[in-house]
Write a protein that binds this ligand. Structure first.
Ligand code: AMP
Length: 443
């Protein structure tokens, strides 16, 4: 559907066409008109489906309709709450881009960085604030901002906000925002816990569900390589090097393993950086920037990078280890194959991870393609194959023996028969001779 048909103002139509968006995505098609009509919405949509624009474009339009007078200080009228710093930075940037042809100001606040630049920006007045819950509360404590004039609240990746244990902060923040407001709830999965948000805010939102997880993952070519745990790092670096891949996001299950894998790849000569929760924010931002602009070839990350990150045209995702939670598999592989592009996701799976693989297949509702990588076949498989060969050779040997014995028996039977025939012939000959002798004597 064209954006013009969704009721967006010309300034926003110009922006989206400058960005190269020709058609609205399914979530945009459904959510934009609802938000423009002032409805509360509860939408289930993955990142990568265009959900940021689905709420950002109508919010920008609604706010720009009621312009702030030049001489009056801007107040926060829209608040977007997100679970992670990375998602905050990404959403903040998207809102700035989508609003570039409008007279609105936005600001993004998240932890791990200095307060002062954020405080300064807030003090100049903003219309839209994007924030992580923790840092937002800290700013409120320092009296740097006021939420009493908020008209629209977005809980982006609300399921993740809950997973990360921010419920208390959400309850506290909800009390600071006017009850009469528009609420937009976005979650990655349809989860019961998200209902808690609508109960907390006492709303009956219009429900919008985009595609199910399995369908979404189908866009991505998925391959499972069964291999031994102790061969994984060698296989990983060999695969990236031999296939000449230049932008690979590698997921590990733990921070420790991210550090180890990252160090191994770097030593193997592949330019690599590591992203996990223990890294300083400046390092996390740098790692992401260098990865996006191609300065580094590999980014090794924990599940902190599995949600929300939008890296355009990311061609390869490798699961060095499968995640503990099957749902995270879908988030991880969702980092590739975004906005209609094709992607490839590879998982290195060892014997111990086979039950997690089954859980993932159950969630996807289809079986994944399982292969061996030549030269890195698992020990158990090699042994089985070798065993198969040994057994085959054994069978062949005993078959040959049996054949030999059978041949011998046939030979012996033939010889006996020949001997018998020869004896018969000799007897007949002898009898004939003696008959001739008798008849001549009679004569
Ligand atoms: P999101 O789901 O908001 O993280 O968006 C994922 C990616 O899709 C971003 O790179 C957006 O720039 C892009 N995108 C959003 N809407 C559209 C659209 N209508 N057409 C093409 N790309 C889009």
């Amino acid at each position: 559907m064209l954006f013009e048909k969704l009721g967006l103002v010309p300034e926003l139509i110009t922006t989206v066409s400058e960005l190269g968006y020709t058609k609205a995505t399914p979530v945009q098609k459904q959510v934009i008109p609802l938000v423009l009509n002032g409805k509360d919405v509860m939408a289930t949509a993955q990142t990568g489906t265009g959900k940021t624009a689905a709420y950002a474009l109508p919010i920008l339009q609604l706010l720009s309709k009621k312009k702030t007078k030049e001489n009056i200080k801007r107040v926060i009228r829209a608040l977007v709450l997100v679970p992670t710093r990375e998602l905050a930075a990404q959403v903040g940037k998207s809102i700035e881009t989508y609003g570039k042809n409008l007279e609105l100001k936005s600001c993004t606040v998240y932890g791990g960085v200095k307060f002062t630049p954020q405080t300064k920006k807030l003090s100049r007045g903003v219309d839209i604030l994007v924030a992580t819950p923790g840092r937002l509360l800290e700013h409120i404590k320092q009296d740097n901002l006021d939420l009493s004039k908020v008209e629209i609240v977005v809980f982006d990746e609300s399921d993740r906000i809950l997973d990360m244990g921010f419920w208390e902060e959400i309850v506290t923040l909800s009390k600071m925002i006017p009850k009469k407001r528009q609420t937009l709830l976005f979650s990655v999965e349809q989860s019961k816990s998200v209902k808690r948000f609508s109960e907390l805010t006492d709303i009956k939102p219009v429900k919008v569900t985009i595609n199910n997880q399995g369908d979404l993952a189908k866009k991505v070519r998925q391959t499972i390589y069964i291999c031994d745990q102790n061969k994984k790092t060698a296989l990983l670096s060999y695969m990236i090097g031999s296939r000449n891949w230049h932008q690979v996001l590698v997921f590990t299950k733990t921070r420790q393993s991210a550090d180890e894998v990252g160090a191994f790849l770097e030593e193997s000569g592949l330019k690599t950086l590591i992203l996990h929760g223990e890294k300083a924010h400046s390092k996390r931002t740098k790692a992401l920037r260098d990865f996006k602009d191609g300065t580094i070839r590999v980014l090794v990350a924990t599940d902190i990078a599995s949600r929300g990150l939008d890296i355009e045209d990311l061609p390869h995702v490798i699961n060095y280890e499968l995640p503990g939670d099957a749902e995270d598999y879908i988030h991880r592989i969702g980092r590739t194959g975004r906005a209609g592009n094709e992607g490839e996701a590879i998982s290195l799976v060892c014997q111990e991870e086979k039950s997690v693989l089954k859980d993932i297949e159950r969630l996807l509702k289809y079986a994944l393609q399982v292969e061996f990588f030549e030269g890195f076949e698992p020990k158990v498989w090699i042994e089985k194959e070798a065993n198969k060969h040994t057994i085959k050779a054994k069978i062949e040997r005993s078959q040959a023996k049996r054949n030999k014995t059978a041949n011998n028996i046939v030979g012996m039977r033939k010889k006996k028969e020949n001997d018998r025939n020869a004896l018969k012939k000799a007897i007949i000959k002898k009898r004939k001779k003696s008959k001739i002798k008798v008849s001549t004597q009679k004569k």
